[in-house]
Design a binder for this molecule. Structure first.
Ligand SMILES: [Zn+2]
Length: 233
């Protein structure tokens, strides 16, 4: 199976679903991770150009840890716009080039405007990708991929319908998160936005809900047809 995971920023997909994606890779799936933005505002000291390069390398390193491919659409931070024809074209081309059965992305209830915009961009673009008269450099796909929403990044209410036990891949997930050095440095001891803390707290809480040590939770997009069999591990 081909799976395309689309997050707004480098590190979002890692935080919300890398344990599951690592399981997907180990069962033989092809996984492509995409950060819509280049993450160029996410640092207090590095300038935008330097930071976007640093974060591209960090994202690629993180994906390498679980055996997925990595790409970015190189849109600037805080500039994701679901009504931009240019951005829709980029997402459609991405979907057409990967031709996934499943797209995993942000739900609509998220703390960051880039996340909620990605939710809408993906919904629209996944439909457009199948329409032959919407012409791009890549050929249209012959189906509309299932969309599965990943857990919210900072604990906003998220009602899931599918839990995945990630006990076997949690270490890999944390190792991948550790690749995002620019997001980890300079944190105070009691700064609970620390990426490791977010990942541990969320995975333990979701594990509590399904009697696993650590877990990730997902919700299928029910605005379209949903699969009759379980697609996630
Ligand atoms: Zn983000």
């Amino acid at each position: 199976m081909k799976i395309l995971a689309i997050g707004a920023h480098p590190d979002d997909v890692e935080l919300s679903c890398f344990g599951t994606l690592a399981l997907c890779v180990s069962r033989g799936d092809t996984v492509v991770v995409c950060s819509v933005t280049n993450g160029n505002l996410g640092h207090k000291k590095l300038d935008k150009e330097t930071l976007s390069l640093v974060r591209m390398v960090e994202g690629a390193e993180a994906s390498k840890v679980i055996g997925s491919s990595y790409c970015t659409l190189e849109i600037d931070d805080m500039k994701v716009d679901e009504n931009s024809d240019e951005q829709i074209l980029k997402v459609v081309n991405l979907i057409r080039s990967v031709n996934p059965e499943i797209i995993i992305t942000h739900s609509e209830n998220e703390y960051h405007s880039d996340h909620t915009a990605v939710n809408k961009l993906v919904f629209k673009s996944s439909h457009l990708a199948s329409i032959p008269n919407y012409e791009t450099k890549n050929s249209p796909i012959t189906h509309i991929p299932y969309i599965i929403y990943m857990d919210s990044v900072e604990g906003a209410p998220f009602i899931g319908d599918t839990w995945v036990d990630i006990s076997d891949t949690f270490e890999l997930k944390m190792k991948a998160i550790g690749c995002h050095t620019s997001q980890l440095e300079g944190k105070e001891e009691e700064d609970y936005t620390d990426l490791f803390h977010i990942a541990e707290a969320t995975a333990s809480y979701r594990g509590l809900m399904c009697n696993a040590r650590v877990a990730e939770v997902f919700k299928h997009c029910d605005k379209r047809r949903v699969p009759t069999k379980r697609l996630l591990p």
